[in-house]
Structures are given as structure tokens and as C-alpha cells.
Design a protein around this ligand. Structure first.
Ligand code: F0G
Length: 376
């Protein structure tokens, strides 16, 4: 019997995406990522909340960006664009470069000098993107991309492109598919704020409820009429966590010189500012911030105690959840989903301080180490 293999999220969710039935998908089989239940950390915190990690690091280029990129690049290709462009803290550029290659398009990426993790840079280089490293930050790059989009024949694939959010809303679809319901809380890192907005679009559609984000986003999509059958009765509370040095949602205004070791979310001028506030208001959620120390500590705990290696920016979601569970803001017994947005392998610099010592290759040396570790 012929087995149907998974061919990506456009094929799976085409009826719920602004993609015509006969449009060929530009895909790398993104999506369908695991929802991994955390076991040891919740027990250590003494909570009976169920905490599940939607591990987006297992997408083809190692982050959730692939979900948005397959839709944005499929549309750009259909519309006859020869080239795409984005500003990026790294992951968007890696994803754009890969999907442009799939589509046979040119890809231009603007990245902030000195603040992109090595793995992400390697991806953009290997996929053949033209890299414009700027003496500025992500926000400067974003401003330039908006300007150049007006003057040159390039399609912008940052999340100001509404097709990106349409693709990323499938995180909510898959979460509901796996749980059979919406979680009580959905927690995630917030940088440019497209992803929290996209999650909210997805959850609102599945609950058959109006959301200002969906309305505004759909009104900017030409010929998009999507009728998603109602599947759940509730939407989650949306919680967005930021790094303390880059926390415009906590300050209530844009931050001019964002700083954080979690470079993926080193953003001071979030483009989806209004959408994220809508999701915050309509879901009854909140924003909070974690220090770089808390973020890196949680990244290490997830890797060493749960076996899940995510990048620093992703870990902010679980660092924030730990605090909110301990304070009782998230009640005992809740079902909490955290989006772990990117893979830890992207940023090997987190272990640069670890110095490995070499030993002579003798059996005695190896037995010594194992013996002392195991106490035998
Ligand atoms: N986590 C990771 C790993 C990211 O790469 C990003 C954004 C976010 C979280 C925040 O998502 O912007 O939708 O609020 N990275 C973008 C980039 C900005 O260029 O790769 P957001």
C-alpha cells in the first residue's frame, strides 16, 4: 500500500491558508513539530501544572520562521517576484535564504554586525543569500528594508508581510490538534511580536471567535476568505516574555538601544506592536521580562534536565513560566504550552567558556572518570 508522507504545512492546512488550491507550495516539509511534556522541572518546582514545549527547533532550518516563510515565499513566487529581502536577528535570514533557494529566487538579508549567532550566519551563507551586514541593529535594518521595498523589485518577508503570520498561526492549530483543546496558557518569547500575534490569529480561528488581529491582518490580504470550522470553546491566555534589556512591551514604549545575550530577541521597535497589544488585551494576558542570567540558566536546565536544547531566546518562555507558577499567577493544575522557538545548535557560543581537557588514551584514565562519576 502506498504511504502518504508529510509534505509540509501548506499541503496540510491549505484550506485555512491564503493559498489557492492549484498553487505549488514552496516547502521544506516544515511544521508538524513535537509537543514535548516537561517532566523533571515541573516536579522540582512542586507544581502539578502540565508544561508542554512546542519544539520549533525541529523545523527544517531550526526555527518557527519556516512556517511563515513557506507561505510568504509561495505567494511571492506565485506573484512573480525574483527576489526576497528581510532584516533579521538571524533566524529569519536563515529561513528566507533556504526558501529562496527552493524557489529559485535571490535573497537579500540585512543583519546587525556582531549580534547574529554563528549557526544562523552559517545557514544564510551556505544557502547563498546576499548578506548585508549593517553597522546598526535589527531596528535599523527593518527601517531600511521597508524603504528599499518601496523602490526595488524585492518582496519583503519580515513578519510585516501578513502571509508570514498566516503560516505561523499553524502553531496554534497543531497545539490544539495534539491536546484536543486549547491550553490554559500559551507562553512565548516576544521580539518583533509577529509570532504572538500569529498564535492569537490561529487560536481565535479555531474558537470561532473574532479577534482584532485576525480582522486587521485579513483586511491587508488580497482575496483571502478563510472559513475555519470551530474546534474549541476557549482560547488560551497569551503570555509574552522579553529579555530585560530589550523589553519595549514592559516599558510601554520603544527601546532605542536594546541589549541582550538572547540576540534573536534583541529588538527595540517591534513591528507588530499593535497586534501584540490586541492579543494581550483580548486574551487577558500579560507581558513580563527575564534577565539574561535567568534566560541562560533556564536554557541550561532545559538541556540538562529535560533533554531539550533550545536557543537562549526560546528559553525566556520557560524562565518566565517558572516565575509565574511560583508566584501563583499561573494557577496550579493549568495546562501551559511554551513555544521553544529555535534550536540550541544555532548558537554554540553558549559553551565557549567551557574548556575541555584532553587525557592520554588509556583504559585506566577512562575508568577513573566513570568510577568517580558513578561512585564505583
Ligand atoms: N525566538 C526566536 C528564536 C527568534 O528568532 C525570534 C525572532 C523570536 C523568538 C521572536 O519572535 O519576532 O515574532 O516576536 N527572530 C526574528 C529574526 C526577529 O530575525 O530571526 P517575534
Amino acid at each position: 500500500m502506498e504511504k502518504q508522507h508529510y509534505t509540509g504545512l501548506i499541503d496540510r492546512y491549505r484550506d485555512f491558508l491564503p493559498i489557492a488550491p492549484d498553487t505549488p507550495a514552496i516547502t521544506l516539509c516544515e511544521g508538524d513539530t513535537p509537543l514535548i511534556e516537561l517532566k523533571r522541572l515541573p516536579r522540582e518546582w512542586g507544581t502539578d501544572c502540565r508544561i508542554l514545549a512546542k519544539f520549533e527547533g525541529l523545523n527544517p532550518t531550526g526555527s518557527f520562521k519556516d512556517r511563515g516563510m513557506t507561505v510568504a515565499v509561495t505567494r511571492a513566487s506565485e506573484e512573480g517576484s525574483r527576489a526576497i529581502i528581510c532584516a533579521s536577528t538571524g533566524n529569519t535570514s536563515a529561513s528566507a535564504a533556504a526558501y529562496a533557494t527552493r524557489a529559485g529566487m535571490e535573497c537579500f538579508v540585512l543583519i546587525p554586525e556582531g549580534n547574529v549567532a554563528l549557526g544562523k550566519l552559517a545557514q544564510a551563507i551556505m544557502h547563498g543569500a546576499t548578506i548585508l551586514q549593517i553597522k546598526g541593529n535589527f531596528d535599523d535594518g527593518m527601517r531600511l528594508v521597508r524603504e528599499v521595498g518601496e523602490e526595488m523589485p524585492v518582496a519583503i518577508v519580515n513578519s510585516i508581510n501578513p502571509y508570514r503570520l498566516q503560516g505561523q498561526k499553524t502553531i496554534a492549530y497543531e497545539t490544539v490538534g495534539a491536546l484536543g483543546d486549547a491550553p490554559d496558557y500559551h507562553c512565548l518569547p516576544v521580539g518583533n511580536a509577529g509570532n504572538i500575534s500569529a498564535h492569537w490569529i490561529g487560536y481565535s480561528e479555531l474558537a470561532g471567535l473574532e479577534s482584532s488581529v485576525t480582522e486587521t491582518c485579513e483586511s491587508s490580504l488580497a482575496s483571502c476568505s478563510i472559513d475555519v470550522p470551530k474546534q474549541v470553546d476557549k482560547r488560551p491566555v497569551m503570555v509574552g516574555y522579553q529579555a530585560s534589556g530589550s523589553a519595549p512591551f514592559l516599558r510601554g514604549e520603544w527601546v532605542e538601544k536594546p541589549e541582550t545575550r538572547a540576540t534573536a530577541i534583541r529588538i527595540g521597535h517591534p513591528q507588530s506592536w499593535d497586534y501584540a497589544w490586541m492579543a494581550h488585551r483580548e486574551s487577558g494576558g500579560w507581558f513580563d521580562e527575564c534577565t539574561d542570567e535567568e534566560i541562560l540558566d533556564m536554557q541550561r536546565q532545559l538541556a540538562s534536565r529535560e533533554g531539550v536544547f533550545c536557543e537562549p531566546a526560546s528559553a525566556v518562555s520557560v524562565a518566565g513560566v517558572m516565575r509565574d507558577i511560583r508566584s501563583g499567577k499561573i494557577e496550579n493544575g493549568s495546562v501551559v504550552v511554551c513555544t521553544l522557538t529555535g534550536h540550541g545548535l544555532k548558537d554554540p557560543s553558549v559553551v565557549e567558556d567551557v574548556k575541555l581537557e584532553s587525557v592520554e588514551p588509556t583504559l585506566a584514565n577512562i575508568k577513573d572518570v566513570i568510577g568517580s562519576k558513578l561512585g564505583v
